[in-house]
Design a protein around this ligand. Structure first.
Ligand code: SF4
Length: 440
C-alpha cells in the first residue's frame, strides 16, 4: 500500500448533517493551500468516504427521503441525487430538511438546476464539463457556490466529453501528450477538458473542487486517474461508470478502484451497479475495510469455500450467519465458519469466534477456547449467541478483540466430527500422513 496522496481538502455538509472532509494534508506552502488554516488543511488526508446515488425520482419527496435514509443507515457518507428538472430542485429543500447526510446535486445540461440546488441548500454540486461548458453559465454556478460555501465536483465522463461537433479540436487533442500510452486518446481528451474547465474556476478564485474521470473501462479509469493525480492537487472521486450488473460490475469496480487506492490515489468512492444502490454502499465499504483504509464496523466473516470433506450445508449456514451478523453485531470481531477441522483451524487463526463443522455437528470456539458442540440445526443460533455474548464482553471491557487466549486445539479428525474421514483413513493406509493437505 502506498501512502495516501495529499490534496487541498473540501468539506461537504453542515452542522446538522455533520461535515464530511474529503482529501487534505496538502503542504501549507502549496499555492492551493492559500487561505486555509492548518486545521482546514489537516495533517493527513481524511478517511476515504463512500458515496452512492439514489435510484428513484428526486421530486418524489417521501420515496427519495426514505431511500436516502436507507443508504445513510447502510453506511453511505454522502448521497447524490439527480436534478434533471425544476420539480427536482424544488423538492430539494424539503428533502434536505428531512435527511441528515450530506447531499450532492447531480447536474447535467441545465446550469439553472445547479443555481436552484444551491439556493435550496444542497451541500455539493456535480458539474459535467461535457454538457455545461458555456463560460458565463459556469461562472454563475461558481459564484453561487462560492457565496454559499458549496464545493463542486468536476466530473468528466468518457461517454460525454468527446467533442462531437468540433472534430478539429478533437484531432488536436488526440495528438497530445499521451500518444505512447494505451489509452492516450481518451486521456488526452480528459486532461485537456479538465485543464480548460478548471482554468475557469481558478480565474474566479474558486478552489473547493473535487475531480472525477470515469469510464466504463477499468483500465482507462486506472490510467486516467493516475495521470490526473499527478497534475491536479484536488481530491479525487473514484468510480467506474456504467459498470453493469452487480456480478460483473463488482469485479470492474474493485479492480479499478482497488488498484488506485492501493497506489494512494482516491479520496471518495462510488461503486456503481445496475441494481439497488445499497449494494454500492456495502461493497464500497468492504473494499475500504479490505484495504485497511477504514475502520471496520461490524463483524468480518471468514468462511471456507468447502470441498469434498464437507458434511454440513455450509453455503446456507454462511449466508445465514452473514445476515445475522450484519443485523446484530456492531463490533469488528472476526467470525470464522469452517467446513471441517482439516484446514479450518489454520484458516480461522485470529478469529474471535469460530465454528468447525462436520458429521452434521459444529464445534464452537471463542478466542481459541472450545465452548460448545451442537447439532447442525443449532449451529446458527448457538454461534450467534456466542457472538452476542462476546460483543457484550468487548463492549464492557471484559474481553479484547483479536486476543487469542489459547491456540485452537481442533477435534480429533478421526473422532467426533468424522468429516470425510474415510478418505483420510484411505490416504493414511496409502502412506499420506499430512492431514493438513486440502483444497482451499
Ligand atoms: S478442507 Fe478447507 S475447504 Fe475443505 S471443508 Fe475443510 S475447511 Fe472447508
Amino acid at each position: 500500500m502506498q501512502t495516501r496522496r495529499t490534496t487541498r481538502p473540501i468539506r461537504i455538509g453542515n452542522d446538522r448533517t455533520g461535515i464530511v472532509r474529503v482529501g487534505g494534508g496538502l503542504d501549507p506552502a502549496h499555492d492551493l493551500a492559500a487561505g486555509l488554516t492548518p486545521e482546514q488543511l489537516g495533517s493527513a488526508p481524511a478517511p476515504v468516504s463512500v458515496q452512492t446515488m439514489t435510484a428513484g425520482y428526486t421530486w418524489d419527496i417521501d420515496k427519495c427521503v426514505a431511500e436516502i435514509h436507507k443508504l445513510h443507515t447502510a453506511g453511505a457518507d454522502i448521497v447524490r441525487v439527480a436534478v434533471p428538472e425544476k420539480k427536482d430542485t424544488l423538492a430539494l429543500k424539503e428533502i434536505l430538511a428531512q435527511t441528515s447526510v450530506p447531499i450532492v446535486a447531480d447536474v447535467h445540461f441545465h446550469f439553472q438546476r445547479a443555481l436552484e440546488a444551491v439556493e435550496a441548500g444542497v451541500h455539493k454540486i456535480r458539474l459535467n464539463p461535457g454538457n455545461i461548458n458555456d463560460r458565463a453559465q459556469v461562472e454563475d454556478v461558481i459564484r453561487a457556490c462560492k457565496d454559499a460555501g458549496v464545493p463542486i465536483r468536476v466530473g468528466v465522463n468518457e461517454g460525454s466529453i468527446i467533442e462531437r461537433r468540433d472534430k478539429q479540436k478533437r484531432a488536436k487533442e488526440l495528438g497530445a501528450v499521451f500518444s505512447d500510452q494505451k489509452h492516450g486518446y481518451m486521456m488526452a481528451i480528459m486532461i485537456a477538458k479538465l485543464e480548460e474547465y478548471l482554468d475557469i474556476f481558478y480565474e474566479n478564485d474558486f478552489f473547493d473542487i473535487a475531480i472525477s474521470a470515469k469510464s466504463m473501462d477499468a483500465t482507462v479509469v486506472i490510467d486516467a486517474y493516475t495521470e490526473i493525480a499527478k497534475r491536479f492537487p484536488h481530491p479525487l472521486h473514484l468510480g467506474v461508470t456504467h459498470a453493469g450488473p452487480k456480478e460483473t460490475g463488482c469485479i470492474r469496480s474493485v479492480v479499478a478502484l482497488g488498484t488506485l487506492l492501493a497506489n494512494g490515489i482516491g479520496d471518495t468512492i462510488r461503486i456503481s451497479y445496475a441494481n439497488d444502490p445499497i449494494y454500492e454502499v456495502q461493497d464500497g465499504l468492504e473494499l475500504l475495510y479490505t484495504l485497511g483504509l477504514r475502520e471496520r464496523k461490524g463483524a468480518e466473516l471468514i468462511a471456507c469455500p468447502t470441498c469434498g470433506r464437507i458434511q454440513v450445508d455450509l453455503f446456507t449456514l454462511v449466508q445465514d450467519v452473514h445476515k445475522k451478523l450484519g443485523d446484530d453485531i456492531r463490533v469488528p470481531m472476526k467470525v470464522a465458519v469452517m467446513g471441517c477441522v482439516v484446514n479450518g483451524p489454520g484458516e480461522a487463526e485470529g478469529a474471535d469466534v469460530a465454528v468447525f463443522a462436520g458429521d452434521r455437528k459444529g464445534i464452537i470456539y471463542v478466542q481459541g477456547e472450545r465452548v460448545a458442540t451442537v447439532p447442525e440445526a443449532e449451529i446458527l443460533d448457538r454461534l450467534l449467541a456466542e457472538c452476542l455474548a462476546f460483543q457484550a464482553r468487548v463492549e464492557s471491557g471484559a474481553a479484547k478483540l483479536g486476543e487469542k487466549k489459547v491456540d485452537i486445539v481442533p477435534p480429533d479428525p478421526l473422532g467426533e466430527l468424522g468429516s470425510g474421514w474415510e478418505k483420510m483413513a484411505a490416504e493414511r493406509i496409502h502412506g499420506a500422513t499430512d492431514l493438513t493437505i486440502g483444497r482451499t
